[in-house]
Design a protein around this ligand. Structure first.
Ligand SMILES: *[C@@H]1O[C@H](CO)[C@@H](O)[C@H](O)[C@H]1NC(C)=O
Length: 375
């Protein structure tokens, strides 16, 4: 009896061991398979400003990896530059390509861009879901940026450089959060610049040019509008301010998302809402110096002092490499990459909050109400 129970227990242990080994092997195989499929599965990207420069280069690399691309520019869809771009990306292997047109200097068009992106992503969903379901977006790359030698006003009356480079990402990102929380390994990559590290005057000066006024419309009604005081800064200064804005935006965004708490507790009673909340907290927000690259913009503002566009891989790397995924040691959400000398403002809690509130005030967009459309 004793010996048979012993042998039974031996058999049991042998089985357990075999099971353990099998599970262990299975786990390795599964992990490997999952990793492989994850990296090979076409992911969805929206890249702003992708008709030339670093945006186009980034899209070309993403296309070669077989991803699904929403490309964006100011040009008309029938423009030969756009048609050539879309064909080129398809030829390189992109699973899907769609071009979305918007002038990011107009916040109304930024909102429309987000709507167009959602509609396009929805049409790509497999299997097709119903018309109201929120589709997934894996990565938003806020790449579009302007340097304007002649300062201009945006459609809403802001400094156009601030509007395109900072206000537009602020509005676009918020509008696409419901899609990003449904993405996998979701990332928000926003292009800053070495220019952000310059010592800048008081942060208020970022918006100092704005003042409020009233404008009479054709139909006799009055509209509030914002106008500028005479520009106290050079175009280069304006650009540096905006790139500092991109850095501060990313840092504060990562803080808000990683610690977000929905106001109503009962949201979390459903499993899917809890999972979405967890995904929201895991969105990886990254920013960087894209390198000094001979883009149209660099040539206009600084001359040909950079590397060729085809070498400008920083954006692509942040958006795709496992080294920059959520939880990776080298890349906490909210971090700045490929450049030394991050502005001290990015470590100043009060300034970050103050800046964020200004973005909210200027755009009328809030990040406090995510439960309205995210979960
Ligand atoms: C950037 O990536 C391209 C591949 O598209 C490669 O040929 C080039 O050497 C890379 N450049 C740098 C500086 O890493």
């Amino acid at each position: 009896m004793g010996s048979s129970s012993l042998s039974l227990s031996r058999i049991v242990s042998a089985c357990s061991l075999a099971l353990l080994v099998r599970d262990f092997v299975a786990a390795i195989v599964t992990t490997t398979t999952t990793t492989t499929t994850t990296s090979r599965r076409p992911r969805t990207f929206l890249v702003t400003g992708s008709t030339d420069g670093i945006g186009r280069h980034t899209c070309r690399r993403l296309a070669s990896d077989g991803h699904m691309l929403l490309v964006h520019g100011r040009r008309d869809p029938s423009d030969p530059v756009v048609e050539t771009l879309v064909r080129d990306l398809e030829d390189r292997g992109a699973s899907r390509v769609a071009y979305l047109r918007a002038d990011l200097g107009d916040l109304e068009q930024v909102r429309n861009l987000a709507e167009d992106a959602v509609a396009q992503l929805r049409s790509w969903q497999l299997p097709p879901e119903d018309d109201r379901s929120m589709p997934a977006l894996d990565c938003l790359i806020n790449n579009a940026g302007v340097f304007d030698p002649t300062p201009r006003r945006s459609a809403q009356g802001f400094d156009a450089t601030m509007a395109v480079n900072v206000l537009a990402p602020f509005v676009l990102t918020r509008a696409l959060l419901p899609c990003l929380i449904r993405g996998s390994d979701a990332r928000i990559v926003t292009t800053s610049s070495v220019s952000q590290s310059r010592t800048l005057p008081d942060l208020d000066s970022l918006f100092a040019r704005r003042f409020d006024g009233e404008r009479r419309n054709d139909d006799g009604t009055n509209d509030q509008y914002h106008d500028f005081e005479p520009l106290p800064y050079s175009a280069h200064s304006s650009y540096a301010h905006s790139k500092l804005g991109d850095l501060l935006f990313t840092v504060q965004l990562s803080r808000l998302l990683s610690s977000y708490r929905p106001p109503e507790d009962d949201l979390l009673r459903t499993t899917s809402a809890s999972l979405l909340l967890e995904n929201l907290r895991r969105i990886q927000c990254l920013t960087m110096d894209p390198g000094t690259v001979n883009t149209k913009m660099l040539l206009a503002g600084w001359g040909p002092c950079g590397i060729p566009v085809g070498e400008a891989n920083n954006t692509y790397i942040l958006a795709t490499s496992d080294e920059y995924a959520f939880g990776a040691r080298a890349a906490k959400s909210g971090s700045y990459h490929f450049g030394w000398g991050m502005s001290d403002y990015a470590r100043d809690d009060a300034r970050l909050v103050d800046f964020w509130n200004k973005l909210s005030d200027c755009t009328g967009v809030s990040y406090d109400d995510l439960s309205r459309d995210c979960f």
